[in-house]
Design a protein around this ligand. Structure first.
Ligand code: ADP
Length: 603
């Protein structure tokens, strides 16, 4: 009675699982196929058991069907164990094609078990089977279990726990069932234990929903990997492009200042503007790749927001050129003088939306407004840029911040990459702010950014000094006789620097590596200024500088040159002991600032 209750329960349970399993959408793979076999074999086993029980009850214990049922049960036991073995082998080292090699001998064994004679002897209500067929079935069964134990030991570290546990349970349960059966032959628990394993497998590894999720996760992981690889590639390409591009910008700027015919000057101007846009694209790619790799940090410091506002207004005016657009500006005077935030990034996000308004407006107006709401020590800046431009279609509004998305591309010749707003959104998010867009297609758009910045009650003197600093001109001045050393591994960069510096009648010396620089200093050369590139092979600028500092006679002011214009770099270099920091391509007024600081003011 116990046995039939078990079998009926198993049947109901397995039947429900099978219903769920077969009604669900499944991924077609080998594991899945084997599990389908396991489930079907298990169900067949339960049916054989039930038929056996019914025949015992209705036809008597010693009925003509009992031998056939006993043989079928043996084949069931072998098949269940065999399927599980294939499942485990598949996790270990078997390849799909080899299954056939195992299947044929196995079927042969099953056939033999069915053919070979077996006998039954009865003791009360318990029927004992014996004979060569039984011995063979048990031998095959135990061989399979031995193989499984071997495989399980082999894969115990490489296979996930949730896959491993049901298989381990099977081996233990089978061994336990055999022992129980020897101790109490009335208890036939094999089917019950098999059903537990099948159920366990369904709920832990072979549930089609879980499998689908697993596959989806895997696909997502692979897509993310591919995306990262693409971003890495773009980022390293951008680095590579930046050096020659800097040279192009530098040379063209030099050429522009030469005494050249107007027609040539016009072309040089075009080269400068083309390379500037290219540089902007490359920097955009570098920014987005840094953001995506979580390598972009927000570096907060004290700054004057009013200065940023003024700079942005002048930049917007330059970009407007001769477009028939009225630029209206409004600055809320209650904004505290000094705020605490990442001034470079704040400027970058506003510049992006301001530049877009200039790009996508042909006539009318652009209104750049900054309002504020102050609460305790926080100033919420509400920055808005409204234009009467081409506007954005409703269906495009939610795609606006996706990278490389551009609209109306076919109808416009406006240059762009579709990166600006993607970067803007991510930067605003990183700074804990918000950006919203309102737009009516054909009428105009309004971008609003809300940013919380801390108010600095007692600003450091440096920020205030910055407010009163004089504007540097881009004119060169004569500092003839002064000696300068430029260290850069790239000859083109050296040439650009040389061209820039020769206008000051300086005595220019160059070195193409950190070692050469060290040799020159050790040889007794004394310079009024050393410009040291950071990204050099073998010995970086920072490493060279730490060696230079060890030379007692070395006192020249040292300025680091870098193409790495990201926020925070300046502070990093200054903390290394460098006297100042210049970003490549070197801007004229920045160079003037450095030369003034270290040569003129020291005269
Ligand atoms: P880009 O300007 O380089 O194409 P952005 O990411 O800055 O890239 O902008 C994405 C797209 O959003 C633009 O191509 C343009 O179609 C649209 N867009 C952005 N700003 C405006 C605006 N002020 N007016 C109209 N369309 C805009």
């Amino acid at each position: 009675m116990v046995s039939i209750s078990f079998s009926v329960c198993c049947f109901i349970f397995l039947f429900i699982i099978a219903l769920f399993y077969f009604s669900k959408e499944k991924i077609k793979n080998f594991d899945n196929t084997i599990f389908t076999c396991i489930l079907i074999i298990n169900l067949i086993g339960v049916v054989i058991d039930l038929v056996g029980f019914l025949s015992f009850n209705y036809l008597g214990i010693e009925n003509p069907l009992s031998i056939l049922i006993a043989k079928l049960f043996l084949v069931y036991f072998m098949s269940y164990a065999f399927s599980l073995m294939i499942y485990i082998l598949n996790l270990t080292f078997l390849i799909k094609g080899q299954v056939k090699n195992l299947l044929i001998p196995f079927l042969l064994f099953c056939f033999l078990v069915l053919l070979l004679p077996i006998d039954i002897y009865y003791e009360g209500i318990v029927a004992y089977t014996y004979g060569i067929g039984v011995v063979m079935a048990y031998l095959v069964g135990f061989l399979i279990i031995a193989i499984m134990i071997f495989c399980l030991l082999k894969i115990r570290k490489s296979v996930q726990k949730k896959k491993y546990i049901p298989l381990l349970v099977f081996v233990f349960l089978t061994l336990a069932v055999v022992i129980i059966q020897i101790l109490d032959p009335e208890l036939t628990l094999l089917l019950f234990s098999n059903s537990i394993v099948t159920t366990l497998m369904y709920f832990t590894i072979e549930n089609p929903d879980m499998r689908l999720i697993e596959e989806l996760e895997l696909a997502k992981e692979q897509a993310e990997k591919a995306n990262n690889a693409k971003t890495d590639f773009l980022s390293s390409m951008s680095h590579e492009i930046r050096t020659p591009l800097n040279a192009i910008v530098g040379f063209s700027q030099n050429l522009y200042e030469e005494n050249i015919p107007d027609s040539v000057k016009e072309q040089v101007k075009d080269i400068i503007s083309a390379s500037d846009s290219l540089l902007e694209i490359v920097n955009g790619i570098l920014d987005i790749s840094k953001i995506e790799a979580n390598k972009l940090e927000i570096i907060n410091d004290e700054y004057r927001f009013e200065k940023i506002f003024d700079d942005l207004v002048s930049l917007a005016r330059v970009r407007l050129g001769d477009k028939d657009i009225v630029l209206k500006t409004y600055y809320d005077d209650s904004i505290p003088k000094v705020l605490f935030g990442d001034k470079l990034r704040v400027k970058q996000v506003i510049l992006n939306i301001l530049t877009n308004s200039v790009k996508y407006t042909n006539s009318g107006f652009i209104e750049f407004k900054v309002n504020s709401v102050i609460k305790d020590d926080i100033c919420r800046l509400i920055i808005s840029v409204e234009d009467s431009g081409i506007g954005i279609k409703k269906e495009n509004l939610n795609k606006l911040f996706t990278k490389f998305q551009r609209f109306e591309e076919k109808n416009t010749t406006i240059e762009g990459t579709g990166l600006g707003l993607a970067i803007t959104k991510r930067l605003v998010d990183l700074m804990g702010g918000q950006i919203v867009v309102q737009s009516i297609y054909g009428q105009g758009s309004k971008f609003t950014i809300a940013l919380d910045q801390k108010i600095v009650a007692n600003p450091s003197s440096m920020v205030l000094e910055d407010a009163h600093s004089t504007v540097l001109t881009t004119d060169t001045f004569d500092i003839s006789g002064k000696k300068i050393l430029v260290v850069d591994d790239n000859n083109l960069n050296l040439k650009v620097a040389f061209k820039l510096l020769e206008k000051y009648q300086l005595d220019i010396d160059t070195a193409t590596s950190g070692l050469e620089c060290l040799d020159k200093i050790k040889a007794g050369n004394d310079y009024d200024l050393v410009l040291l590139d950071d990204m050099m092979p073998k010995m970086t600028g920072v490493e060279t500088f730490s060696e230079l500092k060890k030379i007692q006679s070395y006192h020249s002011p040292t300025v680091i040159l870098t193409a790495n214009a990201i926020a925070g770099m300046k502070e990093k270099y200054l903390s290394e002991g460098f006297d100042d920091y210049l970003v490549k391509p070197i801007e004229k007024n920045e160079l003037n600032r450095v030369l003034k600081r270290f040569i003129i003011d020291k005269k």
